[in-house]
Design a protein around this ligand. Structure first.
Ligand SMILES: Nc1ncnc2c1ncn2[C@@H]1O[C@H](COP(=O)(O)OP(=O)(O)O)[C@@H](O)[C@H]1O
Ligand SMILES: [Mg+2]
Length: 439
């Protein structure tokens, strides 16, 4: 993509309305624009990141055996009256009336809708287990929307719902999602800590929140320091294997959030305890029959008896993750994207857009990058080198390639790694090989 034609409205100044670094950087790097409180448009640069996160979340859900569907954003109130939550949910629910005076709502979550789909279509124990998920916009009329996409009113969530015949099956489904979440966040370049949590308005009696450490987080975290040094991806647990020992090993390593648990009685010795702030990026719940019983989601058992489905639900804040990743990965100059979610793999700077030799070399390198399958953003604008360097650091692409008259004379390009800051001169061919190694 050529920057001269790309829609990337960068801001040089810090917007005054943004209180935390991720919000500032998302506005400055032209990722999002607010349309009203807690509601955002995703501009091309931001949307690329959102889609990459979504795809990693999707891939890991699929691997864990969940199946994707897509439910609507608008739901009928009737279903929520059946579960009893229409009145309970309160002011966070956006209520709508259609032209026939029917009560509708913009879904804050989907337990009722998925349970309705289940009961209409799944009738036999032979059809279980099932785990169904979607990635869809939610609306919660938060009292205090703030911190940009971190606490929005409209936000993108992945929500999965599992249905099992019995408690043992439900625990298996829960543990699978537990593992899938650890893997998902690791692939996003994040260290997410699972914390035993309150179940809140969703219900049920077992829940974990996944929290990443960041000073600006809204949650207080206490966990065993040892946890942070453990590499989850190196564990070769299979989704089909016995997940209970794995689950127990991991859950033994952390304590709990301050407001919800008595940390004084926690089994972690004080010297090993880490107290920090964190951001909740996901939460999983064992629901039991909280929705399936009132909504009559039953299947016929082997002897024709009626079995009420055991449910679980599993959420990931996809849009919140864009902000959370920036909170966890930035410096004074701007964003530092992990390679897995970077909107472009590399940025190419032509230092002298007015110089025909420099421009010919940069054009050639740009074409070669695209041919090699490297998604590059090419700064071909007639701006000063200082402006271009600052913009490239701000938007945080993993690699920067710089072409200018001086390096041209020596037959090299300058390659800079955004994270380490290391610079190296190499031939165009060597640069392309270096970048491809990270794909
Ligand atoms: N207002 C919001 N803005 C952005 N993301 C949100 C918001 N509310 C929830 N999320 C994300 O969706 C995930 C699942 O939601 P859930 O646990 O039901 O929400 P909550 O913890 O706010 O009750 C959360 O872990 C969080 O990452
Ligand atoms: Mg939650």
């Amino acid at each position: 993509m050529r920057l001269s034609t790309y829609f990337l409205p960068l801001l040089r100044e810090n917007p005054t309305e943004a209180q935390i670094v991720s919000h500032r950087l998302m506005l400055r790097s032209g990722m999002i624009r607010q349309s009203s409180a807690g509601i955002y448009s995703w501009l091309p640069f931001g949307l690329r990141v959102l889609r990459k996160i979504e795809n990693i979340v999707r891939d890991e859900q699929n691997r864990a055996g969940a199946q994707e569907l897509l439910m609507p954003t608008i739901q009928p109130a009737e279903l929520w009256r059946e579960s009893g939550r229409y009145d309970d949910y309160g002011d966070e629910m956006l209520r709508i009336r259609d032209r026939h005076e029917r009560d509708m709502l913009y879904g804050p979550t989907n337990e009722e809708l998925i349970t309705d789909i289940f009961r209409q279509n799944i009738k036999s124990y032979r059809d279980l287990p099932k785990n169904l998920y979607h990635i869809q916009w939610k609306f919660r009329d938060e009292v205090r929307p703030r911190f940009g996409v971190m606490r929005g009113r409209e936000f993108l969530m992945k929500d999965a719902y599992s249905f099992d015949l019995d408690l043992a099956g439900a625990r298996r489904s829960y543990n699978k999602m537990f593992l899938a979440y650890l893997r998902t966040f690791a692939r996003l370049g994040l260290k997410a800590i699972p914390m035993r949590a309150d179940t809140g308005p969703i219900g049920g009696d077992l829940s974990h929140e996944f929290i990443i450490l960041a000073d600006t987080g809204e949650s207080q975290v206490y966990c065993d320091k040892a946890w942070l040094n453990t590499d989850i991806l190196s564990s070769n647990v299979e989704y089909d294997g016995d997940l209970q020992p794995f689950f127990q090993r991991w859950t033994a390593l952390y304590a709990a959030t301050e407001e919800k648990h008595d940390v004084a009685n926690s089994p972690i010795p004080a010297a090993d305890l880490l107290a920090a702030r964190g951001i909740e990026v996901g939460q999983i719940f064992y629901l039991g029959t909280k929705y399936s019983r009132p909504m009559n989601a039953v299947v016929a058992g082997p002897d024709g008896e009626q079995i009420v489905a055991e449910m679980g639900c599993y959420g990931i804040g996809v849009s919140r993750l864009t902000g959370a990743i920036i909170e966890a990965s930035h410096d004074d100059s701007g964003i530092i994207w992990p390679e897995s979610v970077a909107p472009f793999h590399a940025g190419l700077i032509n230092l002298r857009a007015g110089d025909s030799a420099s421009t010919a070399a940069a054009d050639g390198l740009y074409a070669a990058l695209l041919k090699a399958g490297i998604d590059a953003l090419y700064d071909d604008r007639a701006e000063s080198p200082g402006v271009k360097f600052a913009a490239m650091d701000l938007i945080g692409l993993p690699w920067q390639l710089v072409v200018g008259p001086r390096s041209l004379q020596r037959g090299v390009v300058e390659v800079k790694n955004r994270r380490s800051g290391q610079r190296e001169d190499m031939t165009a061919e060597a640069a392309i090989n270096r970048l491809r190694a990270g794909l």
